[in-house]
Design a protein around this ligand. Structure first.
Ligand SMILES: *Cc1c(COP(=O)(O)O)cnc(C)c1O
Length: 386
């Protein structure tokens, strides 16, 4: 059976996890500080703040953006549900705009008409690693005086062409970017998240909120030679990353260039192997974008049934996943308030119903890809609805 994803972990990560275990400093200590510095350097950010996962990172990013009860945040439904959920944690309402069919990303042409006096922020997503149109979205956000939050959960190492040069997602090009280290993403620490920003004040807030609103962090108190009593300045949370995670994350981050090189090769090979399947849609990489190819999402021929194709492929020993979900179709969004811009969510729903994710991971072999392409070709032919 070929799995749909598999993290690239080994002895180096096991060795790294030993360090905090032996030193005795196991949470939000020196490994976390080093991971933050290395991550900031890797994406070209001024500040990077580690948190326990990307979902809580989005919660803090939207808090810093001033989102609260009664506000609207313009975002996409066609994303992992954590994107929309993070808006609701603050009592705000997600306003969903449709995606572009080729990139599965927010259609910037639909954003302006979704903005109202209630809009407090724009939350865009770099879906499965494909950069969204940041130039257009940052332009709209700037003109309308709105913060732009980037859900970059999947986009570590993805690049965009910015003012003539290639830059990694996360500088950030909006006001803050949120990354994930869940095993489904390229770089994993088991769980974990990172917030990058150029705003010193936002970074200070993230650090305060992630540790209960505590005025003096443990790292500082432990290094002082006098007694300092901390205060709890604001309502905070326990959103800490452990040093075990950070140690693993640092090792993974050092492997990022190799990961991306490998995935670009695998994506190119998929494009070649799959180009002959009638009616199959391949992912589009705009000229100004370089995906990290976290996932390879194909659009099935219009005459094929998604579930039948997935079952036929499973029978052939190939695991797949349905296309990216739509939050607004889930029971959790059945009664809660959410809304769409005037143009509806036709492309989002169509992408969910007609796309599948093919296996893509570092150790996927050329012969696996050939077997996958064959399985897909046969599945498409066998399940065509006459
Ligand atoms: C994975 C993912 C998240 C959530 O990340 P966690 O670290 O698991 O909380 C959020 N948004 C998108 C688009 C994701 O793919």
């Amino acid at each position: 059976m070929i799995p749909v994803a598999r993290p690239w972990l080994g002895e180096a990560e096991a060795e790294a996890a030993r360090r905090p275990l032996i030193s005795g400093w196991v949470t939000q200590g020196p490994e976390v500080a080093a991971f933050e510095a290395e991550f900031a350097a890797a994406v070209g950010a001024r500040y990077a703040c580690a948190v326990s996962n990307c979902t809580v990172g989005l919660h803090l990013a939207l808090s810093a953006a001033g989102v609260g009860r009664g506000d609207d945040v313009v975002t996409v439904s066609h994303s992992f549900i954590a994107t929309a959920n993070s808006i609701r944690y603050l009592g705000a309402r997600p306003v969903f705009v449709d995606v572009q069919p080729g990139t599965f990303n927010m259609n910037p042409e639909l954003v302006e008409e979704a903005l109202t006096a209630r809009t407090r922020a724009i939350l865009c997503v770099h879906q499965v690693g494909m950069p969204c149109d940041l130039a257009a979205l940052a332009g709209i956000a700037r003109r309308r005086g709105l913060p732009l939050v980037e859900d970059a959960a999947c986009a570590i190492g993805s690049e965009i062409l910015w003012e003539g040069g290639w830059e990694r997602v996360g500088r950030p090009h909006g006001d803050v970017a949120c990354f994930s280290f869940h095993p489904r993403k390229l770089v994993t620490a088991g769980e974990g998240g990172m917030l990058t920003t150029a705003d010193e004040e936002w970074d200070r807030k993230f650090r305060l909120w992630r540790q209960h609103g505590m005025s003096v962090p443990d790292t500082v108190r432990h290094s002082l030679d006098r007694v300092v009593v901390e205060e709890y300045l604001e309502l905070g949370f326990n959103y800490r990353m452990t040093d075990l995670q950070a140690a693993v994350g640092r090792t993974q981050l050092a492997r990022l260039p190799a990961m991306i090189e490998r995935r670009r090769l695998l994506a190119d090979r998929y494009a070649e192997l799959l180009s002959g399947i009638p009616g199959l849609g391949l992912p589009e990489e705009p000229a100004w974008a370089r995906s990290n190819w976290q996932s390879f999402c194909v659009r099935l021929p219009a005459w094929c049934d998604q579930r039948q194709v997935m079952e036929a492929m499973l029978d052939a020993g190939v695991a797949t996943r349905r296309g990216i979900m739509c939050a607004h179709r889930e029971p959790a969004y059945g009664v809660e308030p959410w809304s769409t811009g005037p143009s509806g969510l036709i492309e989002s729903e169509r992408a969910q119903d007609h796309c599948i994710l093919l296996p893509l991971f570092h150790e996927l072999l050329a012969e696996d890809q050939e077997a996958i392409a064959d399985a897909l070709r046969h599945a498409c032919a066998a399940t065509a609805v006459p």
